[in-house]
Design a protein around this ligand. Structure first.
Ligand code: SF4
Length: 336
C-alpha cells in the first residue's frame, strides 16, 4: 500500500471557476483552507473543467472567472509558499486519469450519485444530458487520486462523492497493481463544520439565487445589501419583539460578530429595544471588519498581474510533477 506516513498528510480540494467568491464560499470552505495550510500538504485547484460540465455552451468568461477565484484565494490568505494552487486544465494528467477511470467505472455508480438527479432537475435551463455531466464524479476522483490525497475537506452532503472516489480507487486497485502494490490509497473525508450562512433573501447564500455578499463588495454595497435582508417575520412593527435564532441577520451575527455584539443583539431583539436597521448596521460592521483586510490583499495582487501569473505557473508545475509521477505508475500498472 502507498504510504507517506512520515510526511504531512495531503489534502485535496477544488472550487469551480464561478467568478468572484461570496461570504458563503469563504465561511463554507476558504477560511478553513487557510487554516489547513500549515497542518497539511494542501493542493487547491480552480476547477475550470468542472465548470464546463454545466456551462459548456458559453465559455466566454471561463478564464476570467478562474482568475477571479484565484485572486480571492490569495486575498483570503492562501499563501503560495505554504500550499499548491493551480488551475485544473493546466495539469492535463487529470484528463488522462479521468479517461482511464471512465473505462472501469460502472454507469450505475454515476447514475445513483444524489446530486446528479437533483441538478439535472433543478438546472432546467441547461441541457445536462451529456456524457461529461454524468462523468463529473469520475473527474473528481481523478483530481483527488492523481495526488494520492489522504483527505478531502467536505461538508456532510459531499461525503457520498468521496465514497465514490474510494470505490473507484478500490476498483482500479482490484484490476491493476504495480509490482504487487496498490497504486491508489483510499482518501478519507475531512468533515468541516459548515456554518449556516444565509443570503439576503434568507435562503442559503448562493450565486444562482442572486442573494450573495461578495468578498469584493465595497462598504456601501455591503451596507445596502444588509438593509434589504429579510428578518424575523415576527418583527412587523418596531415594538414587536423578535428572535435572532430565527432571523437570517442573526445567523450572520453568529458567524461574524463578537460575543459582546451578540449579547446586545439577543437582548435588544428580544426586548424590542433595538430596531432591525440598527442591528443590520452592526452586522455590516462585523462583516466589513472581516472582509476589509481581504479586499486590501486583493488590491495588492490585482496591482501585480505578473506575480499572479508566476504563482499560477509555479503551482501548475509542482502539481504536474506529482501528477505525472502517479501517471507513470498508472500506465505501468495497466500495461500501457
Ligand atoms: S433585531 Fe436583528 S436579529 Fe432581531 S429580527 Fe431584527 S435583524 Fe433580526
Amino acid at each position: 500500500m502507498t504510504s507517506r506516513s512520515n510526511q504531512r498528510k495531503r489534502v485535496l480540494s477544488g472550487m469551480r471557476s464561478t467568478g468572484k467568491l461570496h461570504l458563503g464560499n469563504f465561511v463554507g470552505a476558504l477560511d478553513n483552507w487557510v487554516r489547513m495550510q500549515d497542518q497539511y500538504d494542501c493542493f487547491f485547484f480552480v476547477a475550470d473543467w468542472h465548470a464546463l460540465t454545466t456551462d459548456y455552451a458559453d465559455t466566454s468568461r471561463i478564464k476570467e472567472n478562474s482568475m477571479e477565484v484565484l485572486l480571492d484565494w490569495l486575498a483570503a490568505g492562501l499563501d503560495p509558499e505554504r500550499c499548491t494552487m493551480f488551475i485544473q486544465s493546466h495539469v492535463p494528467q487529470h484528463a488522462e486519469l479521468h479517461l482511464l477511470f471512465s473505462m472501469i467505472t460502472p454507469l450505475g455508480w454515476l447514475e445513483r450519485v444524489p446530486t446528479y438527479k437533483e441538478q439535472r432537475e433543478n438546472i432546467a435551463e441547461k441541457d445536462l444530458s451529456t456524457y461529461g455531466f454524468l462523468g463529473y464524479p469520475v473527474l473528481q476522483a481523478a483530481d483527488i487520486l492523481i495526488y494520492k490525497g489522504d483527505f478531502v475537506p467536505v461538508g456532510e452532503d459531499q461525503v457520498p462523492h468521496v465514497e465514490l472516489t474510494r470505490e473507484i480507487a478500490r476498483r482500479f486497485n482490484m484490476f491493476y497493481t504495480r509490482k504487487g502494490m496498490y497504486v491508489f490509497p483510499e482518501p478519507q473525508p475531512l468533515l468541516t463544520p459548515a456554518a449556516k450562512l444565509p443570503g439576503t433573501d434568507g435562503r442559503k447564500m448562493s450565486k444562482s439565487y442572486g442573494n450573495t455578499i461578495l468578498l469584493t463588495d465595497p462598504e456601501p454595497v455591503v451596507r445596502q445589501k444588509l438593509k434589504t435582508m429579510v428578518t424575523d417575520p415576527a418583527r412587523v412593527r418596531r415594538t414587536d419583539p423578535g428572535n435572532p435564532d430565527v432571523c437570517p441577520v442573526g445567523d450572520l451575527h453568529k458567524v461574524f460578530s463578537t460575543p459582546e455584539t451578540m449579547a446586545k443583539v439577543y437582548e435588544g431583539c428580544r426586548s424590542a429595544s433595538i430596531g432591525c436597521i440598527e442591528c443590520k448596521g452592526w452586522a455590516a460592521d462585523s462583516i466589513l471588519r472581516e472582509i476589509e483586510p481581504i479586499r486590501e490583499r486583493r488590491a495588492h495582487y490585482e496591482a501585480q498581474p505578473q506575480l499572479v501569473t508566476e504563482i499560477l505557473a509555479a503551482g501548475a508545475q509542482r502539481a504536474r510533477h506529482f501528477a505525472e509521477a502517479t501517471m507513470v505508475e498508472v500506465r505501468a500498472a495497466i500495461g500501457l
